[in-house]
Write a protein that binds this ligand. Sequence first.
Ligand SMILES: [Zn+2]
Length: 194
Amino acid sequence: MPLPLGHVAIGVAIHSCVRKTESGAVSWQELLFIAVLATLPDIDVIIGLLSVGNGAAFHRGPTHSLLFAIAAALLASRAWKLGIAIPKVSFLWSFLLVISHVAADAVLTDSPVSFFWPLEVNWSGGHSGWTDVIASVSLGAYRDAGIVLGSGLLIASSELLRHRMPPTQWGMPEMGAPNSLQKTRTSEPAQEEP
Ligand SMILES: [Zn+2]
């Protein structure tokens, strides 16, 4: 069962695989943005707790869908235009982080997601109060140990592969960390975000 820890670990692994920067280090700003996007679909738990006192009331609904991932990525990749301290990130980078959450929930749990919402809706059902959610996220985090380990192995494999490839082949096209956060290679000018 991926909890926030597991989703963030998967997000960091995705970032490691698709980033175009030389350094494998993840800054706290990058980690914060990854954490927000990789756990964003579970905002339905907060909405349920705040509105009806039940975190499961709206869980696994619209926020766990392809449409939500596209909408969230569109917003995230344009949020920097607001002029406040929001990093500039690409649509694909953001989309992969959000959809990774939906995919992990779908593959690693028995409870279905609403991938093709509004054509399908699969509410998780049941009841989760504040104490249930807090206990699950904090005390139950050990259950994500396998996901963290798997993500660590993926990051290590990605780093090994990068050392065997020329820098021009790093990452996916139009992909990478936000320009404002990137440590661009000194031998080349910083690339403009599309
Ligand atoms: Zn979820």
